[in-house]
Structures are given as C-alpha cells and as structure tokens.
Design a binder for this molecule. Structure first.
Ligand SMILES: *Cc1c(COP(=O)(O)O)cnc(C)c1O
Length: 402
C-alpha cells in the first residue's frame, strides 16, 4: 500500500519523469505550495483576479498574427505568430510570474525569491513584486551580473535587491543553490518564484497551468481566423514553459502535429549545444527527473546556445514524457539559423524576435516550405528581441556567424 506521501509524489510525475528530489528542509514548503495551489486554482475569485491583471497590466489577449510576408517568403503553409512579444516586459515569462505572485500574496508571503541567469526571469519577477508591493530578492551569479548589467539595473529600478553570488563558477547554478538555501531558511515569509516548467513538484504543473493561457487564446483565435484547428504548433524549448503553454490545450487534438525546437548551438555533433531531449538521457537534476545532458557521473554538462534563455542542461518533465509517448516531436535549430531568422523576421515583418523565439520561427519556415497553402502553422513568438540587439551587433562586428 502506498503511503499518503507516495501517492502525492506520484501525482507530481509525468510517466517516469518529474517528482520531487529535494533535501528534507524543502519538503514542507513544497507540500504547502502543492496544497495551496490545488485549492486556489479551483477558486473562481483567484482565477478572476488573475484574468483581470493579465488583461489590464500584461495586455492580454495578444494577437494571433498571420505573417503574410513570411508566409510568402517560405512559399507554403500559412504561418501565424502568437504574439507573446507584445506582453508587458516583452515575453511570455510575465504570465507565470503574475500567477505565482498572486499565489504568494494569497499565502500571505511578503517576499519573492528568484534566481536568474540572463536576467529575463528576474525582471519579470521584480515587475510583479512591484505590482503586488512584495519585497524581491533576485540571486544572480557574479559573472552574469557583469554580463547583464542592463537587466541588473532594470531589476533595481523596479525595487528588487540583486544579490551577486560569488561562489563556485559564479553563474546560474550557484545562484540557484544560494536562492534555495535562502528560501529554506525563510519559507514562512518568502515565496520561491520559479521561471520555467522545471524543478521539483509542484512547479512544472503550476508553470504549465499559468502559461496555458497562450494555447487557450491561440485555439480560439485560430478557429476564428480559419474556421478550424491548426495543422502544426511550433515553439522553442529551453526549460519548456512557453512551449507547454501553447501545446497543452491541444494535446488531445490528434489532428494537430506538435513540434518543440531545441537549441542546436554550433551543431548537435559538437559539445556546444543545449538539446537536452535530442541528445540527452534520463537523469535527475535540480530536484526532478527529465532528459538531461550529463556526464557519466550524472553531473550536468556545460551547455551553449546563442539564445540566453535556452541554455539549460535539462527540460521540463512533461516534455520528457510527451517525447517518449511520441505525442510531441523535437527538432533543433543552430545558432547560425536562429541569427539568420532574427534578421529575416525583422526585415520581412517588422518584428524583431527574441533569439529564443527565432529558433521556433526558423523551424516553422523550414516546415512551411514542405506544405501546401491550405495548411496552417501556429508559432509561439515567445519574446521580443530588443534585449538581443546589442549582442547581435557585437557578433556581427566581430565577424562571427557571417
Ligand atoms: C526564457 C525564455 C525562453 C525559454 O524558456 P522556456 O521556459 O523554454 O519558455 C524562450 N523565449 C524567451 C523570449 C524567453 O525569455
């Protein structure tokens, strides 16, 4: 007979993936969060308040946009872009940050804790902390603090305290360790706001639920525009939150083919990529089981992508499961292809995409070319590229990727 705890843990699994592999001090706050989320997600007043803020502060619903010039360029299927880039703060990350901050407020927490690598999730968290008048502490590796000065300044403008973590490799991994340690010591007062569909249960479920607004809107919008469901969905996959958010409301629709696009970096044959599903194997990282890029000892390998939001050595447990069942296919796009598409979409459509999103668009172009004009592809344009412009200019100046 399974004990209550085992039953609850099984609830946090997607097939064999997910779970909650954490040190004992984190068990209690994660269980408290699981219970609170299950209660609040059923509460109409919670959902109504979330919907209100998504409309008035975030700017939802955002359009599902038929990219006619891109469609002409590819010369095949119609390409629709789900415009998450138009959200306040410039990406899908705010959908989840808003939802979790509302949870934090309902739980009576006074402080948000987050960790950030490139700074995008830190900015979204600092924004919602300001919105709900919560304190905010963002942990960042000391190397990332130097590399991402503009985002550090943004977070500080928004009222957050940015803690530079000087231990270890002084990057994201060390920031995660320090953030978790701080949270374990202060969970009565603090809420850990996780930014992607990863981590120990219940985070992958919470993040997927809050991001599913993308797919629910897209479903209504594509039916309104074309009278039917799309033939394909395409989204980039880092931890997997923008992708699962678009995909989840369509999983039962067998006629809709679904493709996640991983970062192939300098090529899948090199060790300079972050294609956790295409090139990884099942293992446990950061408190959950998933496809991960690991060495023989099970330690996460260094990863690379030109898109700062995609260079993570694991992937959400639900993606890992849906890969094994075959419901979702996973493909990959290189740095070079993403950069070409960054320029192409800017020039053709007047939309500068985030480098992450450019991976999804690049794959959609490749796919559209093989299809006839009655077919439709919905691509998640997860964010805008303003954050990447300076970096791309530098690459071009240095003659890389030319
Ligand atoms: C963070 C980020 C991603 C990658 O995260 P997911 O959890 O895989 O969605 C993708 N696009 C943008 C614009 C991002 O900021």
């Amino acid at each position: 007979m399974a004990t209550k705890k085992e039953e609850l843990l099984r609830e946090g699994f997607f097939g064999d993936y997910g779970g909650r592999f954490v040190p004992p001090p984190l068990e209690k706050p994660l269980q408290e969060l699981t219970d609170a989320f299950q209660r609040l997600r059923e509460q109409p007043s919670f959902q109504e308040e979330l919907a209100f803020h998504l409309k008035h502060f975030v700017g939802r619903p955002n359009p599902l946009y038929l990219a006619e010039r891109l469609t002409d360029y590819a010369g095949g299927a119609k390409i629709f872009l789900k415009r998450e880039d138009l959200n306040h703060t410039g990406s899908h990350k705010i959908n989840n940050a808003m939802g979790q901050a509302l949870l934090a407020r309902e739980l009576g927490k006074k402080r948000l804790i987050a960790e950030t690598g490139a700074g995008q999730h830190g900015v979204a968290t600092a924004t919602v902390a300001s919105f709900f008048d919560l304190e905010c502490t963002v942990f960042m590796g000391a190397e990332d603090v130097i590399r991402q000065q503009m985002n550090v300044f943004r977070m500080e403008l928004l009222g957050a305290e940015v803690v530079s973590v000087e231990t270890g490799t002084r990057t994201l991994k060390d920031a995660v360790d320090k953030a978790l340690e701080t949270y374990a010591g202060d969970f009565e007062n603090s809420f850990y706001l996780l930014g992607s569909a990863v981590g120990p249960h219940p985070y992958p479920t919470i993040v997927r639920d809050f991001q599913s607004i993308i797919g629910r809107e897209a479903r209504e919008q594509i039916i309104e525009a074309t009278g039917k469901l799309p033939d394909y969905l395409v989204a980039c996959v880092g931890g997997g939150s923008n992708a699962i958010g678009l995909f989840h409301p369509f999983l039962e629709d067998d006629g809709v083919a679904i493709i996640g696009v991983e970062p192939a970096g300098e090529g899948l044959g090199t060790n300079q990529h972050a294609a956790s599903i295409s090139r990884g194997s099942p293992g446990i990282i950061h408190g959950f089981k998933c496809y991960t890029l690991q060495d023989e000892k099970g330690q996460p390998l260094p990863v690379h992508s030109i898109a700062p939001g995609l260079d993570y050595p694991g992937v959400g447990p639900e993606h890992s499961y849906l890969r094994d069942t075959g419901r979702i296919s996973y493909e990959s796009i290189t740095d070079r292809e993403a950069l070409e598409t960054f320029r192409l979409l800017s020039k053709e459509e007047g939309i500068i995409p985030a480098l992450e999103s450019a991976h999804a668009v690049a794959y959609a172009i490749r796919l559209a070319k093989t299809l006839t004009p009655e077919k439709t592809i919905v691509v998640n344009l997860s964010g805008r590229g303003d954050k990447d412009v300076a970096q791309v200019a530098r690459y071009e100046e240095e003659g890389l990727y030319k």
